[in-house]
Ligand binder design. Sequence first.
Ligand code: GLC
Ligand code: CA
Length: 546
Amino acid sequence: MGERWYTESVIYCLDVETFQDSNGDGIGDFQGLISRLDYLTRLGINCLWLHPIHPTPGRDDGYDATDFYNVDPRLGTLGDFAELLHEAANRGIKVIIDLVVNHTSDEHPWFQSAVASKDSPYRDWFVWADKEPADRFQGMVFPGEQAETWTYHRRARAWYYHRFYDFQPDLNFANPLVRAEIKKILAFWIQLGVAGFRMDAVPFIIELTEPGRSEAPMDFDYLTELRQHIQWRRGDAVLLAEANVEPEKLPEYFGDAGGSANRIHMLFDFMLNGRLVLALARQNPEPVIEWLKTTPKLPAGGQWATFLRNHDEIDLSRLTAEQREDVFEQFGPDEDMRLYDRGIRRRLGPMLGGDRSRLELAYSLQFTLRGTPVLRYGEEIGMGEDLTQAGRYAIRTPMQWSYATNGGFSDAEPIRPVISKGEWGFEQVNVTAQRHDPASLLAWFERMIRTLRESPEVGNGTCACVDQPLPPGVLVHRADGPTGSMLFLHNLGTDDVTVDLGNLAGDTDHPNEVFANQEYDEVGDFTALRLSGYGYRWIRLRRGAA
Ligand code: GLC
Ligand code: CA
């Protein structure tokens, strides 16, 4: 891999507790994950993002930690974690972990000490108000599940701030001791061998909250400081941030010192996510094209992380009401499939009606657009959701490995039920079945990822839409980089079409179709490229720079 490994990676995210149980207690663990690394190697991914691994009361699925310097004993020991890092490295897989330092669990010893006395050394580690703040009912992230952002604490005799649930008190970033401690946490995990962090809730970390002031000032310099800190500890460590903010604010997160990103390396492209889903719903690529054209230009070294599904709801809040309605109608028709008035709590398989060709189209498009693709566990076999589970847990069911008890996840009563029976049950959808079937979705993902890794210009080159009249539903884009040029055709509609790209013929000597949804005729002079409904074609135009 090149120097900037994160631009040529495929990131796979999973929650250790729902991936593979090794000791029969119904909870996935590090040893279980180690036993599945060969599976991930074969799939072709080269970076793992682990959801929070710290000790936790588990009221927000681990996004509520009680100790940042340890692992949840249910997952194993720090020794098991170190072994995981070693085994992953042996297979060329880097591991990044979730860093959730906007807040702690209210059971964290720091908060416990802070509420016990005004004189506690940890009192000022959290954000307090003596009187009820005027913005008490503003800025909730989980409408319907969260009533306020300031809550009165009887023992503390004061109001504390929590951007998320009331059991997740925000740390006070105005306090230099907190800032120093966070650096220590990053350094600790880097020392153990992690390759970076998925930074949770970054806009809220750098916000300098004051009671009654809902628009808090933002301290971007802290991101510069963190970047300096980790880069000196480990040269190739990366920060991948969750910052679901207005597009014009995104560049500040990357920073720009003389043209180079000097804060976060990678940001999730939430805008693209909403637009991809809208484009799929409308069978029209316009929303994606528009976003690709207007995306803020990134400083050198800055990178997007693309995704279709993650562990949260699909957030449609940056779409217009009309656009959101179109998506809801297509992909979340039942009230029960929606969440927080803005999102969909489903996996992509069922959202697309289990339509294999449409699923391939969607993932082919995500993986070929600029940036580093992130794939959520289970999507590669087309897992479904369990709407009987509360909120976001619908899409957090255990991995479906085989026909065995509990889908091979565990012999014991699993921590969360494995989807069973019916179209999405483990009896139908599992890794073993798909391993034996060269035509399976899993086999398709393996081929697709392998082909992508032979096409580094997607991750580290430029991405441009081919701007010319095209049949409805069709998106054509190209990737150009030092290693060569690739052309991609995607048909979001159901009609078979023929695309004329004759003007590109001069751009290539020996065009080579490296991946497609079916056998097509020779590319020829590009004037009559057939494309089936939901079809896609990846064509290498050239190797080496133009
Ligand atoms: C992020 C996580 C989400 C979590 C929240 C609070 O948005 O993705 O799962 O609930 O932060 O930590
Ligand atoms: Ca276990």
